[in-house]
Design a protein around this ligand. Structure first.
Ligand code: PMP
Length: 396
């Protein structure tokens, strides 16, 4: 029987990469492939106590339906945190609670994209967003980036000659996959350009608080005077991803549409999760918790970079992220990281081949390494193994 699926499913196929990544889940594999937080940092004891308190204090509400916008005290706390960390000037009324920021990406697709519409994104960009937008039939134009973020001259050139750009998707802080952070100058120029063209911008910021050094840079949302920037935040990396709680912060006319599609999608995010996370912020110091996370990740980043310096052959380039979870590696043009990955897997070590981060494909000489999820000794051992394999390929 030939089952007829919706047309929008046609562009979405099981990727070769997903199949490869399944192999990285075996316990003997030292995997730098995922983007997972360190589970030993999850506040399990605290959350045990909190779930009891929430059920005792407000059990009926915690287990009941609640509003689509989300639990008001949590939205208030998010607005306050954004104003302090991201230099915005927002209130709870500008916040919608979502199931992780991934749901915000999906909603942006539903709200803005018709089939064939163009999304501009950094080259490379986050695979989960690329797939979310693809499922609405979008096309992509990749804007080149360098160590300071998206290249503004390239963006301007593209906008001058392209109609039907419906949305620009960017990750200005510790980007996934490159770890790069946009400079203040780039951000200012970006806001100047999008204000002229009046195109909505999705500023995805799951990693901004994971800064190990240097000064944090104001968000695009804080510089936007025209209500074009939609900010996506999440508790996944600063607390834990299991609650599936994130948020969308946008101007009223846009947020209204997001609230409407939230109603259609799932009515609301989990009442009990929202109350538990809100209670965590009341009883514990989230800033101190993030500080603890950053100390561990900074050490792992340093260890990974130091080992790469010793073990990777000359001619391999990589980023030096000041925070976040990822290092991006570039090999000489003639090398294909998918082929090298097969050798790595045979040696029980893994990364994500870079090709899938380019929505239009065509770049295979790069890969992404994650340092948050592996112990110190596994980081050293895994990087040594990759180094040895790279030496073999570089020698030919
Ligand atoms: N955006 C980016 C750039 C990400 O890296 C991730 C998770 N890896 C997400 C969004 C989604 O995260 P979550 O849904 O857990 O908030």
């Amino acid at each position: 029987m030939a089952i007829r699926f919706a047309k929008r499913m046609e562009g979405l196929k099981e990727s070769e990469i997903r199949e490869l990544l399944k192999l990285t889940e075996k316990p003997e594999v030292i995997s730098f492939a995922g983007g997972l937080p360190a589970p030993e940092l999850f506040p399990i004891e605290e959350m045990k106590e909190i779930s009891k308190i929430v059920l005792e204090e407000s059990g009926t509400q915690a287990l009941q339906y609640s509003t689509t916008e989300g639990f008001q005290p949590l939205r208030e706390k998010i607005a306050r945190r954004m104003n302090s960390k991201n230099k915005t000037n927002v209130t709870k009324d500008d916040i919608l609670i979502t199931n992780g920021s991934q749901q915000g990406l999906d909603f942006a697709g539903r709200v803005f994209l018709n089939e064939g519409d163009i999304v501009l994104c950094e080259s490379p960009s986050y695979l989960g967003a690329i797939n979310a937008f693809k499922s609405y039939g979008s096309k992509f134009i990749e804007v080149p980036t360098d160590k300071d973020g998206m290249i503004m001259e390239a963006l301007e050139k593209i906008l001058e000659v392209t109609e039907n750009v419906k949305m620009i998707y960017v990750i200005p802080d510790f980007q996934n996959p490159t770890g790069i952070t946009w400079t203040l100058e780039r951000r200012k120029k970006f806001i100047e350009i999008i204000s002229k063209y009046e195109i909505p911008v999705l500023e995805d910021n799951p990693y901004g608080e994971l800064r190990f050094e240097g000064e944090s840079i104001p968000s695009l949302k804080s510089m936007d005077k025209k209500g074009l920037v939609i900010f996506l935040g999440t508790f996944s990396k600063i607390l834990c991803p299991g609650y599936r709680l994130g948020w969308t912060c946008a101007s009223q006319n846009i947020l209204k549409k997001f609230i409407f599609v939230k109603q259609v999608a799932d009515l609301q995010s989990s009442s009990i999760s929202q109350r538990e996370v809100s209670k965590f912020i009341d009883l514990y110091n989230l800033d101190n918790h993030v500080k603890k996370i950053n100390e561990v990740y900074a050490r792992r980043r340093d260890l990974m970079l130091e080992t790469m310096k010793e073990e990777f052959p000359e001619g391999v380039e990589y980023t030096y992220p000041e925070g976040g979870l990822f290092i991006w590696v570039e090999l000489p043009k003639h090398l294909d990281s998918r082929i090298i990955m097969k050798d790595c897997l045979a040696n029980n070590v893994a990364y994500v081949p870079g090709g899938s981060f380019f929505p239009n494909g065509g770049t295979e000489n790069c890969f992404r390494l994650n340092y948050s999820n592996m112990s110190d000794d596994r980081i050293v051992e895994g990087i040594k193994r990759i180094g040895l394999i790279l030496r073999k390929y570089m020698a030919v």
